[in-house]
Design a protein around this ligand. Structure first.
Ligand SMILES: [Zn+2]
Length: 504
């Protein structure tokens, strides 16, 4: 045993036993040793907490990422299944029309209208299960949010069927019931690209999360691409155009994981060529041995078709993460995809004795800036992921987009994760509850009274406060006045991994 260790023991004994009768000769040494011991204990504690905390945070990240990815894939899979079913029903409808059975054709249209809701909601249910299988459990705030929306559908939507026309008889009570049923089992995976019928399609900066992130990240290129004039001419809050009123809604698609379809009454688009394609799919999928007659091409009927766009056209400016050239033509479509948000709390096993160390550790973990903000809420880890059904039709020799024939045909074979920024409605943040509070509660006040209406503890309000500072904006103007600024379209391709911490 070394002399120093002996003195450790002696000092320890003195401290523990509270001995006051310390021999005068050993007092100084014992005091120094005691300070050393306390230092060593603190260092040891910091190391233990550090290892434990880093382990916990890393483990938690893996768990939330797996849960988010699995939930997004489950939702997108059901979008693909629903689209294939609606496509099969278009073929069966053509067969009915071939036989002159218009009553059956009308019934099929009704089933298709229901599938536009039931299919995505089964996807919502499946995504909850996928998240829970990965040990991310029901989030009380998410659950409350979905319950509140189910109530809104039953009251607000159902009460004003002029503004929110039912896609089929009894739709709103049925839809509300399904939402409430899913909420009743607890919402773990928030459907983040949910598009409420009351949401606006306006691209007002104050309603774009990208604006706040550009302010927070000093991303002057965002301003360069989205409106340099606003950066240069902004004086105060009265500069903003008024917040847009909600758009009259297209109520044919489910708000959650909508399929982007529309019923349209017309003769068959594509005529005889579409009939030939349907006959081939009918045989391949063993739907019937009867042949669809070419006369169907001339019959007026209600078909379910696509209201999709090209994937590369999603880009609002030059900040789209997928370059058009990198998307194969048959996959260059956008209209049905799923964005999921999951949150998980670290297990609260950290010793309460280290309140000053804990936030430091969480802040120092390698992740996006917004994790810092959530440290106050106990180190919540958030993950958003996006997935999309993939498929194509073959036009004899070449592959074409699933919507190449305008009407829905069974075309989907696969589902894959995509970058969140390349998903439709990725900027909505329907389950980013801080964001919804900001847009619904804080912005109207700000538009009335400027900075006085901002909330100090809201991250988005904090960015607005920064934006209001003329010196902040001048910094960007100066930066962009340098003609060597690097605001060129970003390179990048379709990532293998679809998730992100963006906007947390
Ligand atoms: Zn706010």
């Amino acid at each position: 045993m070394t002399p120093s260790l002996q003195s450790h023991h002696r000092a320890y004994g003195y401290v523990m036993l509270g001995q006051s009768a310390t021999p005068a000769t050993g007092q100084s040494t014992a005091g120094q040793t005691m300070i050393f011991m306390i230092m060593a204990l603190i260092i040891l504690a910091v190391v233990i907490v550090w290892i434990f905390d880093v382990h916990t945070v890393l483990h938690l990240k893996a768990r939330t990422q797996n849960a988010g990815d699995a939930a997004a894939l489950a939702a997108a899979r059901w979008q693909g299944i629903s689209l294939n079913l609606i496509g099969d029903l278009n073929i069966l409808q053509a067969l009915a029309l071939s036989r002159g059975d218009t009553a059956a054709a009308a019934q099929i249209t009704d089933v298709q209208a229901r599938l536009c809701f039931v299919g995505p909601l089964v996807g919502l249910l499946a995504s909850q299960q996928a998240a829970k299988n990965n040990r991310v459990y029901a989030n009380p705030d998410y659950t409350a949010n979905l319950i509140a929306h189910a109530d809104l559908v039953l009251s607000y939507y159902a009460a004003d069927t002029n503004r929110f026309p039912e896609p089929y008889a009894g739709a709103w009570s049925e839809y509300s019931g399904m939402l409430a049923n899913i909420a009743g089992q607890g919402v773990a995976a928030g459907p983040d690209n949910t598009w409420y019928y009351t949401d606006s399609t306006d691209s007002h900066w104050l309603l774009s999360r990208n604006f706040y992130e550009a302010v927070a990240g000093l991303d002057w290129c965002w301003f360069y691409w989205h409106g340099l004039t606003t950066l240069q001419s902004y004086a105060d809050y009265q500069y903003w155009p008024g917040l847009p009123a909600a758009d009259p809604a297209n109520t044919h698609n489910c708000e959650v994981f909508g399929l982007g379809l529309l019923p349209f009454t017309t003769i068959l688009p594509g005529g005889a060529e579409t009939v030939a394609r349907m006959n081939r799919l009918r045989a391949e999928r063993a739907l019937s041995t009867d042949t669809i007659s070419n006369e169907v091409a001339g019959i007026t009927n209600t078909w379910y078709g696509y209201a999709w766009t090209s994937w590369s056209a999603l880009a609002p400016a030059n900040d789209f993460p997928i370059l058009p050239l990198q998307v194969k033509p048959e996959y260059d479509y956008a209209g049905a995809d799923a964005v999921i948000r999951v949150e998980a709390q670290p297990d609260s096993r950290l010793p309460a004795a280290f309140p000053s160390i804990q936030p430091f550790l969480i802040r120092s973990s390698p992740s996006a800036t917004r994790l810092t903000q959530s440290a106050a809420a106990g180190g919540t880890v958030t993950w958003t992921a996006a997935a999309k059904p993939f498929g194509y039709l073959t036009n004899d020799t070449i592959r074409v987009r699933p919507d190449a024939y305008a009407i829905v045909l069974p075309a989907f074979q696969n589902v894959r994760l995509i970058p969140v920024d390349a998903a439709t409605g990725s900027n909505i943040g329907a389950y980013d509850l801080d964001w919804r509070r900001h847009t619904q509660d804080h912005l109207p006040t700000y538009m009335q009274s400027g900075q006085a209406g901002l909330e100090a503890d809201c991250w988005y309000c904090q960015q607005l406060q920064t934006w209001e500072d003329p010196a902040f904006r001048q910094q960007g103007i100066d930066w962009l006045n340098d003609t060597n600024h690097p605001c060129i379209p970003p390179a990048g391709g379709p990532g293998e991994h679809g998730g992100t911490r963006r906007g947390h």
